[in-house]
Design a protein around this ligand. Structure first.
Ligand code: CP3
Length: 346
């Protein structure tokens, strides 16, 4: 790769400190952008959009064109895996995702055969995005962590506290362990396929890690992700991996050490002095409260400045602490990117 085409995000993943830090936002392709809403309307259902390589490529590129982020993230969803496992995933307007809730018999009947064929359009999307992206823009693939995907499979929908999955894990430990192991193995194959199709790095989203007690965090969040990362690296030793365990707090030190992720993602509740300690062992990504992007103005500027001051002298990928929300003003994102890139007096 020529010097000009250096992908800055990958340098940070190797532990380098860059000033200004590379920046991208979780859910950067989404409903806050009018151009996304237009393509989404053209696609039909949300899953139709995920499985349409031309349109999924288009929405992936939209925020890159507008903001010039340092990374694009594949447009898809963590629930394509349960969809590929025939759990009948659908997204109902105003309700979020719905799936057929799984039970012990359903887990015993899960069949990984055919999953990769079902996901072929997503892999084609990865290849198309890579060839359309500017050479200096990194491409991130992703999947859900087994725990977070399992919470949706068990409840059949999103819930505020994942009580159905926590209860199932206590009542049916063997079936639950089988579900996590199966999701870990399929997800590892899926990440390897994304890397082979052109992803420069991958992110594992454990959005519901924060509802777990410490023992359960070890068994349900750390262990399956450790298994996935080991499986990916056994086949692709150079694979670069970001792991985002939302709500993990103090457990993030163990999480990084035991999963061996290159980068840990931080939500906005992680104190910045603790984030600095984490940075001593490798890069961190985060962690602006998405509500500061909605608020804009001084709340946005102060939040950006605080992160840059605390974490800018170590390996940092600037991001939000969770996905950008539909009510964010696209102009506030312009301001965020300018500020991260040194436009403090702008
Ligand atoms: O970050 C990106 O721009 C890439 C695309 C992406 C989506 N979902 C698109 C999406 C990514 C990385 C995800 C991950 C995802 N999906 C997670 C983990 C990250 C997180 O936010 O916690 C989870 C838990 C899901 C499951 C999911 N998908 C839910 C709960 C919902 C409904 C809530 C909502 O925001 O509407 C979705 C739908 C979804 N996934 C949308 C988008 C753009 C909105 C659907 C639409 O456009 O109609």
């Amino acid at each position: 790769m020529s010097l000009a085409a250096r992908r800055r995000l990958l340098d940070v993943m190797d532990g380098k400190t860059l000033s200004p830090p590379p920046v991208w936002l979780m859910r950067q392709a989404g409903r806050y952008l009018p151009e996304y809403r237009a393509t989404r309307a053209e696609a039909g259902s949300f899953l139709d959009l995920c499985y349409n390589p031309a349109l999924a490529t288009e929405v992936t590129l939209q925020p890159i064109r507008r903001y010039g982020f340092d990374a694009a993230i594949l447009f898809s969803d963590i629930l394509v895996i349960p969809d590929a496992l025939s759990r009948h995933v659908r997204f109902e307007e105003g309700h979020g995702p719905r799936l057929d809730p799984i039970d012990v018999a359903g887990i015993a009947a899960l069949d990984p055969e055919g999953v990769m064929a079902h996901l072929a359009p997503v892999l084609e999307t990865v290849a198309r995005i890579r060839s359309a992206l500017p050479p200096e823009t990194a491409l991130l693939g992703f999947c859900g962590a087994p725990w977070t995907v399992a919470t949706y499979m068990i409840a059949g929908q999103g819930t505020p506290d994942q009580a159905p999955a926590r209860l199932f894990a206590y009542r049916e430990p063997e079936a639950f362990a089988r579900l996590l192991a199966l999701l870990a193995d399929i997800s590892a194959d899926y990440l390897v396929a994304q890397i082979d199709a052109g992803a420069d790095a991958v992110q594992i989203f454990d959005s519901w890690a924060g509802v777990l007690g410490p023992e359960e965090f070890s068994a349900f969040a750390i262990e399956p992700v450790r298994r996935m990362i080991a499986s990916v690296r056994a086949r692709r030793p150079q694979a670069k991996i970001i792991a985002f365990a939302k709500g993990a707090g103090l457990l993030l030190k163990d999480y990084r050490r035991l999963t061996r992720a290159d980068v840990v993602g931080l939500d906005w509740t992680v104190p910045l002095d603790f984030a600095r300690e984490l940075q001593e062992e490798g890069a961190v990504q985060g962690n602006l409260d998405p509500m500061r992007v909605v608020a804009g103005g001084q709340a946005l500027d102060e939040g950006v400045d605080r992160i840059l001051e605390a974490l800018g002298s170590g390996p940092l990928i600037f991001n939000l602490g969770h996905g950008i929300t539909p009510q964010a003003d696209p102009a506030h994102v312009t301001r965020l990117v300018e500020r991260v890139r040194g436009g403090r007096n702008a």
